[in-house]
Design a protein around this ligand. Structure first.
Ligand SMILES: *[C@@H]1O[C@H](CO)[C@@H](O)[C@H](O)[C@H]1NC(C)=O
Ligand SMILES: *[C@@H]1O[C@H](CO)[C@@H](O)[C@H](O)[C@H]1NC(C)=O
Ligand SMILES: *[C@@H]1O[C@H](CO)[C@@H](O)[C@H](O)[C@H]1NC(C)=O
Ligand SMILES: *[C@@H]1O[C@H](CO)[C@@H](O)[C@H](O)[C@H]1NC(C)=O
Length: 488
């Protein structure tokens, strides 16, 4: 009798406990005008002379431009193509779907919307050829604003069901409900929750001065006014309520995550009000959220959402970009492959792949490699809000090397000599490390600022006195000691 149950149980496990995979790609920032001959001061294009103030200031130590791109430039087609090839080679079968979290286009490209749509089509077609048997679920990033959503929906018509195409066309968001699956995908249009200023800041000053930047700001200001732009809050809640009634779990997917940027001096990008509302919803529906997947920051990082009582209740994963370029410092291109329970949606692990751009350029060959597996890398038993909270906690413990590992991954294993031009690396200081820790655990501007300020004070005083014992002081001492621990 008992064996019947055992057999039944193992049958249930095989049928319902299947492991599936999905890719997460983000921030392609395809720049069709990239040129190896592009002057360092000329937007990476073949043109000379135009000063490009938005660019990372180049440095003698910076590896030269190559066929796969440059740390100071957005993605050339060869890089985009190599990423697609790598995904095809790494795991062609067993992929259930692909999440594609926006910013397909380059901010440098002030081309007409017709041309921009063409470039989006180029990438769409490439992904369609790469994933012939799978669906790609794309969301819009702020670099994709201004495209005609009817035309965008038309490009993505083979991936999305009719109801999804309808809401995408009208409002830029959609949900994918699969009858045979317990998990449901909610694809948000985070563009309508951005502050107009943050959007303009993200653009090169040269573009801000031109019509393209200004009209973009105006467009965003137009859609983001009102308390519920595009009725997205109302829609979001009703989708979650319906999913709850049906006993479904959900993945939330979007371009711009809530919270604070870990790489730049702690700015958020969603308006404070929308950020707050987002976190409120996550707290309320945390029991049914199996994952939140975002891009935008070009960083490999994560966030923890806490309940009002301070319990870790949900997590957010932020995947690094395909483009190596970012204002404020580059990273190597990255691709992420998640392993999950095909039925419940429970995330089991992920494999982070990356391209060492400098090496690829010098070998003239793009060798995408495994960077790390999440659970093994951080020694996690499982992936939950609690285990990630414990991980962040380990950032503050001197005997652990968790922060050093996190920091290596944060810029996707960027070589030290490139990293130190911008990052914590060159002047790895406690404050920089502290910002990362606070960004991971504090998702609101005020609590983030308090976190940085309180520990920073301890950091300063710990240099003078040795009053150890309190946690902030221990953290501070640890952060200072990181300088010695960073791998060179
Ligand atoms: C996941 O489930 C779908 C049906 O819901 C099935 O077609 C697919 O083969 C499953 N994948 C794996 C890896 O078990
Ligand atoms: C970018 O390249 C296209 C040709 O591919 C060209 O028509 C266009 O003028 C270029 N744009 C700039 C600003 O150089
Ligand atoms: C992008 O699409 C256009 C028109 O559809 C085509 O002419 C061009 O060759 C494509 N570019 C790439 C890199 O595939
Ligand atoms: C968007 O594209 C559709 C289909 O091509 C067209 O009918 C519509 O007029 C366009 N909308 C705008 C605002 O250009």
């Amino acid at each position: 009798m008992i064996w019947d149950y055992v057999l039944l149980l193992s049958w249930v496990c095989t049928v319902y406990g299947k492991e599936g995979y999905f890719w997460h790609i983000s921030d392609v920032h395809y720049d069709p005008n990239y040129s190896i001959q592009g002057s360092p001061d000329g937007k990476c294009w073949g043109t000379k002379g135009s000063s490009d103030v938005g660019r990372v200031r180049l440095n003698d130590r910076m590896p030269p431009a190559g066929v796969y791109g440059h740390y100071g430039c957005d993605s050339p087609w060869s890089l985009v193509q190599s990423a697609a090839k790598a995904m095809e080679a790494k795991r062609a079968d067993g992929i259930e779907f692909v999440l594609w979290t926006g910013d397909a286009l380059s901010r440098r490209e002030s081309a007409s919307t017709t041309r921009r749509l063409h470039h989006l089509k180029n990438i769409t077609e490439l992904l369609s050829r790469t994933f012939t048997g799978q669906f790609v679920f794309p969301v819009l990033g702020h670099e994709d604003i201004g495209l005609n959503l009817s035309q965008v929906a038309h490009l993505w018509r083979n991936w999305l069901p009719d109801e999804a195409l309808t809401t995408l066309r009208e409002n830029g968001y959609y949900t994918i409900e699969q009858r045979s699956k317990r998990y449901q995908i909610i694809a948000l249009n985070t563009n309508v929750w951005l502050s107009a200023e943050s959007l303009l800041e993200s653009r090169a000053p040269s573009q801000r001065a031109t019509g393209s930047g200004a009209s973009l700001g105006a467009r965003v200001a137009a859609v983001t006014t009102g308390t519920d732009p595009e009725n997205q809050w109302q829609w979001f809640r009703s989708v979650l309520d319906k999913a709850r009634k049906k006993g479904k779990t959900v993945y939330i997917v979007g371009h711009t995550p809530p919270g604070i940027d870990d790489r730049e001096a702690g700015t958020g990008v969603l308006t404070e009000e929308h950020n707050r509302r987002y976190l409120q919803i996550v707290r309320q529906y945390a029991d049914m959220i199996r994952g939140q997947f975002f891009g935008h920051w070009h960083s490999d990082t994560f966030r923890i959402v806490y309940s009002d009582d301070g319990e870790p209740v949900s997590w957010i994963m932020v995947s690094p970009s395909i483009t190596p370029y970012r204002q404020g410092g580059p990273n190597n291109p990255g691709l992420r492959l998640y392993k999950f329970d095909n039925n419940t949606g429970q995330i089991l692990d992920y494999a982070q792949y990356y391209l060492n751009l400098a090496e690829a350029n010098s070998n003239k060959q793009a060798n995408w490699r495994l960077e790390y597996n999440l659970r093994e890398y951080y020694n996690l038993g499982e992936i939950t809000a609690l285990s990630l909270h414990d991980l962040a906690d380990r950032f503050t413990q001197p005997r652990e090397n968790a922060f050093v590992r996190y920091y290596g991954a944060n810029r996707v294993s960027l070589a030290r000599e490139v990293e130190e031009i911008w990052g914590c690396g060159g002047a790895l200081n406690g404050l920089c490390a502290l910002r990362h820790y606070c960004a991971v655990t504090r998702l609101e501007a005020r609590s983030y600022a308090t976190c940085v300020a309180s520990y920073a004070e301890a950091l300063a005083s710990s240099k003078a006195s040795a009053t150890l014992g309190s946690r902030p002081v221990l953290l501070a001492v640890f952060l200072l000691s990181l300088v010695a621990m960073m791998p060179r």
